[in-house]
Design a binder for this molecule. Structure first.
Ligand code: PLP
Length: 544
């Protein structure tokens, strides 16, 4: 069973939402702008879902309309606010001096601020509001800067750490400021009451796919009286707020999620989510002795755990978890050679090792107690494997300040192959890859040497049944010692490398080819893309 613990990236679509989307595509496919019966049925779907959204978000007043997702909602909000600021400036009113955003906002926010400020000729400074070590906004800084700000953007809850912003305190500060206020509500939907009206929030974007609706549907709330400029203009849909024929299937699916929230009994209660969190915390602590939680004791969404294991890079943990069929996110953007720490954790001023080792585990409001129990058991299994291989135990601080490499960080293979590591063109990469059919064909032609270049700890936890069990196990980090043997093979003997995603195996195949053995291949997409029947076909071909 796949243990999907990456709900902050996206969530599974609620079965009722899938059915609702299919049903409108079959029965209410009309254009909501048409005045005949088909159009009226589609219009009724849109109206019903909007009414439900108003109840769920407690937003009886103001504008609430459907978008393609939060990125669009953010653009629309920023464009609206900045057009207003430009109008105020042109009218000779006191001009805003800066645009402010929380240093840990989703990238869509600062990107939109820079983009629209430049495009509208405002060219205002775009300043990050500092956060403390637990990721919470520096409210004194905000108090000092709010009086001259034009727009303030503060997310309700952070997608990487789950840290919840103090929106009441921010509302209090902004009450005396002319600044408009954007609150990214994406991670809060269904988890936190936003009190949009009470707090005087001007703009709040939401995204369906973060809470069990499909991708491509979202919502934007705009306070009654807040400035508004449409991002998309066209046929006057959504009361002229957003042109373009409505995404009825997406709206219907979002509706099914909203109805389930209203009805109760589908999503887990806050108490159960907290219990799930406690179980996962306990399992993580017991499994990984050097573990710290990166948000410290800040108030957090119960569903998000961001942690670092002293001495173990996020790349290593991600590979290990993925091999064990546990899906999580790295808190950093990793490549084999280099791990870029997350800007969120950097803004929090965490130690470098925490940034390089960060992992985000986020579970969902649909996850059952049985699922969480299975997740805990799988995490414990991963911990055992790491300990058995002498990794991830709380070693002396000095030795562990640099996380252990994911793979080949010492570059031993790279050093041995030097020129073989010159970048490959896309065509070269394509030419290296083989699919199931090609692998079977290779076996028909004769002997094939399979090489699993994953690390030993990945094989230890692998969920796949090991159909390629005759493969040689040579991790990329020690490939250099095996290269001479393969170079001595007859030229026509194929060497097929495989790994989890196809990246390491492509690296290995490319190097072997460049060193002189032309018959080197990489399994396209890695084990992640191969189904058990496909692997079985290859194993059968190998057996004959
Ligand atoms: N804001 C936050 C906090 C997010 O987590 C995300 C998605 O990762 C977005 C905005 C962008 O949302 P969408 O994918 O709907 O454009």
């Amino acid at each position: 069973m796949e243990i999907y613990l990456d709900a902050n990236a996206t969530t599974a679509v609620l079965p009722a939402a899938q059915q609702a989307a299919l049903a409108v595509m079959a029965d209410s496919f009309g254009n909501p702008s048409s005045i005949h019966a088909s159009g009226l049925r589609a219009r009724a779907v849109v109206d019903r879902v909007r009414a439900s959204a108003r109840r769920v978000l407690d937003a009886p007043a103001g504008q609430l309309f459907f978008t393609s997702g939060a990125t669009e909602g953010i653009q629309t909000s920023v464009l609206s606010a900045l057009c207003e600021l430009r109008g105020r400036r042109d009218a000779g009113e006191t001009a805003a001096q800066a645009l402010l955003y929380g240093a840990t906002e989703h990238k869509a926010v600062p990107q939109a601020l820079h983009h629209w400020s430049a495009l509208l000729g405002l060219d205002l400074p775009v300043l990050p509001i500092p956060v403390d070590r637990t990721g919470r906004h520096d409210l004194d800084w905000l108090r000092r800067n709010a009086p001259t700000a034009g727009l303030v953007c503060t997310m309700a809850a952070n997608n990487e750490t789950g840290v919840v912003s103090d929106l009441d305190a921010i509302a209090e500060i902004l009450r005396a400021s002319p600044a408009l206020w954007l609150v990214d509500g994406v991670q809060a939907l269904g988890k936190l009451p936003l009190k949009l009206a009470e707090r005087g929030i001007d703009y709040a974007p939401f995204s369906g796919h973060k809470f069990h609706a499909p991708k491509g549907i979202g919502l934007l709330y705009v306070r009654e009286g807040a400035p508004f400029t449409p991002l998309l203009t066209g046929g006057g849909q959504e009361g002229g707020l957003r042109g373009g024929t409505e995404n009825i299937a997406g709206i219907a699916a979002l509706g099914a999620v909203l109805y389930a929230m209203e009805a109760g009994g589908v999503f887990q209660t806050p108490a159960l989510l907290a219990a799930h969190r406690d179980l996962l915390v306990q399992a993580l602590r017991e499994s990984f002795p050097g573990l710290v939680f990166n948000a410290g004791d800040a108030p957090c969404l119960p569903t998000t755990l961001n942690f670092s294991v002293r001495g173990v890079s996020s790349k290593l943990l991600l590979d290990l978890f993925d091999a064990a069929d546990i899906r999580v996110s790295g808190g950093s953007a990793c490549s084999a050679a280099k791990a870029e720490p997350s800007y969120v954790l950097q803004a929090m001023g965490l130690d470098a090792w925490q940034g390089q080792a960060a992992v985000r585990l986020s579970f969902g409001a649909l996850d059952s107690p049985e699922f969480i129990a299975a997740a805990c058991a799988r995490l414990r299994q991963c911990g055992e494997v790491l300990r058995a291989r002498g990794l991830g135990s709380a070693a002396p601080a000095k030795a562990c300040d640099q996380p252990l490499p994911g793979h080949d960080a010492q570059g031993s293979f790279a050093a041995a192959c030097k020129d073989a590591f010159l970048p490959a063109s896309d065509a070269e990469k394509c030419a290296l890859e083989i699919d199931c059919e090609a692998a079977v064909e290779l076996h028909r032609q004769g002997q094939v040497l399979w090489v699993d270049v994953r690390e030993g700890y990945e094989r230890d936890v692998q969920a796949q049944t090991g159909l390629l069990k005759d493969a040689r196990a040579v991790p990329l980090s020690s490939l250099d010692s095996a290269l001479p043997g393969w170079l001595a093979l007859a030229p026509q003997v194929p060497v097929v490398f495989y790994c989890r995603s196809g990246n390491r195996s492509a690296q290995a195949a490319r190097a072997l080819r460049r060193l002189g053995h032309a018959c080197a291949w990489s399994l396209a997409g890695g084990l992640a893309m191969w189904s058990e029947p496909e692997l079985q076909r290859v194993a059968d071909a190998a057996a004959h």
